[in-house]
Design a binder for this molecule. Structure first.
Ligand SMILES: C[S@@+](CC[C@H](N)C(=O)[O-])C[C@H]1O[C@@H](n2cnc3c(N)ncnc32)[C@H](O)[C@@H]1O
Ligand code: SF4
Length: 436
């Protein structure tokens, strides 16, 4: 009999192997223990189901294809009827087989619930979109996939303004779907905080200044203290495994505040910090605040940011905080005050996180995109797309969330033709453009 201690030990081993993206080692561990069992029974079938899901996550992260051997092994060891685990396993196997029409459903959903928002941020293109929110039909359409999908991200606008948000969170929880949101954090009431903490919704708070007047300049609402109350309340109710992240969009008005994030992260037990450059969504604001791109590029500020982010990186490491630095500041690793070489270096601007990723993972591995086999994305007008990151490449919607059943869209002619092109054409039309 395998007992919970064995499973715990295996999990720890798996975690170690996950860090090294070493699926095969983890799979070997799993097979050894399983094959040595006398009656091949787990003491706790729920634990076993979670364990296989975890293994599948390792497999995806390590970019290992689920061949017949892996599929048969995991399938035969799954001892309870579990739609989600079976779906993920089948989905991985269908990717391996390059199936065009899929029996499995997607693993991941990104859903814009509404464009409504209580703030009016100067940089936000969302505010310029026509008002739209998912209809009751759309809500049930999403619910129809929840038993199958591993993870769902709720996007806005502000997700709390949608009157079915709590319903969707509870339904997802019921189906053991992992959930994430991104919010401006100005809704701080206990009921909202409890919905998030009770259902372990991974929560990312966007906060672009800790200074009241800068905050109000960017967000155009007086709500900084509401965000602090929100964070206090989350800390009051959160459990050990609750994931709280911070999203900070860096621009001219706020880059000097970056260093203050160390104390902020400690105070509110933030476990992940994401830095992003301001993007060109609202021209007027972008032209005033952009420091990273085009003619507005300011080398002295970038140099300063590079130094600050190096300090942040060290401090966050000590604190065990995950640091995702998407700021394009790399070119200054070449120290030079010569203006001509600075001009040349401009071309090499690349986000630090991409650089680290490319160094760790040889590029050839990223040639074939699997998104059309694993994801669906509902964008901020209800169009059903494949993924937010494919948006600029695959422009035609697969359907609309308020009209077309997600289950039928998943195998409609449009999406099948994309899968077909990727399989036969080695991504030349689609994913190389995204991933290069
Ligand atoms: C569109 S908002 C929607 C979710 C929620 N309302 C919020 O603010 O977190 C998602 C994220 O995009 C960021 N964002 C908005 N406009 C941006 C821009 N022009 N450049 C970079 N990030 C931007 C927001 O700050 C936020 O972190
Ligand atoms: S809070 Fe989010 S959705 Fe609302 S205006 Fe700001 S960035 Fe846009």
């Amino acid at each position: 009999m395998i007992n919970n201690n064995d499973i715990k030990q295996l999990r720890e081993e798996l975690l170690k192997n996950l860090e090294q993206n070493n699926f095969f080692k983890a799979f070997e561990l799993y097979c050894n223990i399983f094959d040595n069992l006398e009656n091949k029974k787990y003491t706790d079938s729920i634990e076993q189901k979670n364990f296989i899901r975890f293994l599948l996550k390792v497999m995806r992260k390590a970019e290992v294809l689920c061949d017949d051997n892996i599929y048969n092994k995991l399938n035969s060891t799954l001892q309870i009827e579990d739609i989600k685990t079976q779906n993920i396993l089948l989905n991985e196997h269908e990717i391996y087989n390059k199936n065009i029409e899929l029996k499995s459903k997607p693993q991941s959903l990104q859903v814009t619930l509404t464009t409504l928002c209580n703030a009016n941020c100067r940089m936000c293109g969302n505010k310029r979109m026509p008002k739209w929110e998912v209809s009751d039909f759309g809500v049930e359409n999403i619910v129809s996939l929840l038993p199958y999908v591993q993870e769902v991200t709720w996007m806005g606008g502000e997700v709390f303004t949608h009157n079915k948000f709590n319903y969707l969170v509870e339904k997802s929880s019921f189906y053991e779907t992992e959930q994430s949101i991104i919010t401006n954090g100005t809704f701080y009431k206990d009921d909202i905080v409890k919905i998030l903490t009770n259902n372990n919704v991974r929560t990312t708070v966007s906060l672009h200044s800790l200074n009241k007047s800068t905050y109000e300049y960017i967000m155009r609402i007086d709500a900084l203290y509401n965000v602090y109350k929100f964070l206090d309340n989350l800390n009051k109710y959160r459990t050990k495994y609750f994931c709280l992240s911070l999203n900070f969009v860096v621009m001219k008005s706020n880059y000097k505040e970056l260093i203050n994030l160390i104390d902020f992260v400690k105070k509110y037990n933030i476990i992940e910090v994401i830095l992003l450059p301001l993007q060109e969504e609202v021209m007027e604001f972008y032209n005033t605040e952009n420091i990273f791109f085009g003619d507005n590029i300011d080398f002295d500020i970038i140099k300063n940011i590079r130094n600050i982010t190096e300090d942040l990186s060290k401090e966050f490491k000590k604190l065990g905080v995950r640091f995702i630095n998407n700021l394009p500041v790399f070119e200054y690793q070449k120290e030079s005050d010569d203006i001509i070489s600075k001009e040349n270096d401009k071309k090499e601007l690349i986000p630090v996180s991409t650089l680290n990723h490319n160094n760790e993972n040889p590029k050839e591995k990223y040639k074939v995109c699997q998104y059309p086999w694993t994801k669906l994305f509902i964008e901020n007008n209800g169009n059903i797309m494949i993924s937010a990151s494919c948006r600029s490449v695959i422009k035609e919607p697969m359907g609309h969330i308020d009209k077309d059943s997600l289950i039928s869209v998943w195998n409609n002619e449009k999406i099948k033709s994309i899968r077909y092109k990727i399989v036969t054409d080695h991504c030349s039309e689609y994913c190389q453009k995204i991933l290069d």
